[in-house]
Design a protein around this ligand. Structure first.
Ligand code: HMG
Ligand code: MG
Length: 288
């Protein structure tokens, strides 16, 4: 935990990791994973998704997970929500933060949330209104910030436009997602350059899936551009049911160890994290 430059890790394993497993992980195991991650010092954990159980049955127990997830003053428990229905249920269950998600690719938006990008933004107006009424912050994801599984390469200008629209709606942080994890450092850098023309680095996070095993290089590119918030998943679990062929997020253990070696502090205890990652990998083995 050395280093005086601070990086924030957003643990998305209980949501991004477990949504993509074939089997359904029991609620009690999800709660144990969240507890182990919190014990290891993760201060932001995306615990579940209030999405339609018909679309993602792996997250159907969202209400039980949210209501029983460990609570502490130093932990922010966020959840993914696609619409007003999800926002209301998440807040009733005790969420600390909401995360809306759209895409820089029309095809991916259509497959993932069954609407256009503009329609998804329209839905978020109500989400942000409800969140603000309850004093909750809203994060916004931009999927396909580099490539789309259906359209291929995405223009960096399109990513910048969707990111600005989310910021204008009231999102305090925009997470730029390499959904299929095939972004090369030069293409990630170009995308970031375009987004940073409109949004400061302090409002950005990067969410790298690691299909091509270049996520840590992409983290370095983002750090060079002064972005200091990164998503990762315990054990490198993850993927999106609507992004065929995508691997999991960069593993939390891998990014934390990389950052510590480079002199950044994360507040995460590597030994506690090892225990949480072992547990996550065990869940993957049993869910298959
Ligand atoms: P739809 O079928 O177009 O909408 O789905 P609908 O309004 O007709 O609703 C269909 C049914 O779902 C209805 O139930 C609704 O009540 C129910 P029925 O009347 O048929 O019994 N419903 C809900 N249930 C629970 N919670 C809700 C909710 N909303 C409606 N919030 C919808 C539209 C957006 C709901 C659907 O497409 C959906 O849930 N999609 C989510 C897909 C998803 O979760 N994908 C994975 C997460 S995103 C991701 O992984 C990317 C990310 O990691 C970044 C990256 O890597 O790129 C974030
Ligand atoms: Mg993802």
């Amino acid at each position: 935990m050395s280093g005086d430059r601070k990086v924030t890790i957003v643990e998305v394993g209980p949501r991004d990791g477990l949504q993509n497993e074939k089997g359904i992980v029991p609620t009690a195991d999800k709660l144990n994973l969240i507890r182990l991650l919190a014990d290891a010092g993760l201060s932001r954990i995306e615990v579940t998704a209030f999405v339609s159980p018909k679309w993602v049955p792996q997250m159907a127990d969202h209400d039980a997970v949210m209501r029983q997830a460990p609570r502490s003053a130093r932990l922010v428990r966020s959840v993914l929500v696609p619409n007003e229905k999800g926002a209301e249920a998440a807040i009733a269950a005790g969420a600390d933060e909401l995360a809306v998600f759209t895409s820089a690719s029309e095809s991916f938006a259509s497959k993932n949330v069954n609407c256009t990008i503009a329609e998804s933004m329209q839905r978020f107006i109500a989400v942000v209104r409800i969140a603000k009424a309850h004093g909750l912050p809203v994060r916004g994801y931009v999927s396909c910030a580099v490539d789309c599984p259906y359209e291929g390469a995405i223009a960096p200008g399109a990513v910048a436009a969707v990111s600005s629209a989310l910021r204008d709606l009231g999102c305090y942080e925009i997470a730029l997602a390499d959904t299929i994890g095939r972004g090369s450092p030069d293409r990630v850098d170009l995308m970031l350059q375009h987004v940073l023309e409109r949004i400061p680095a302090s409002m950005l996070a990067c969410h790298f899936h690691d299909t091509s095993k270049r996520a840590l290089e992409n983290v370095d590119v983002a750090l060079m551009r002064k972005i200091t918030t990164f998503d990762s998943s315990a054990g490198g679990l993850g993927g999106c049911p609507y992004a065929p062929g995508a691997a999991g997020n960069v593993a939390t253990g891998a990014i934390v160890s990389h950052l510590h070696k480079c002199g950044y502090s994360t507040g995460i205890d590597p030994v506690g994290l090892l225990i949480a990652e072992d547990f996550a990998l065990g869940l993957r083995a049993t869910a298959r």
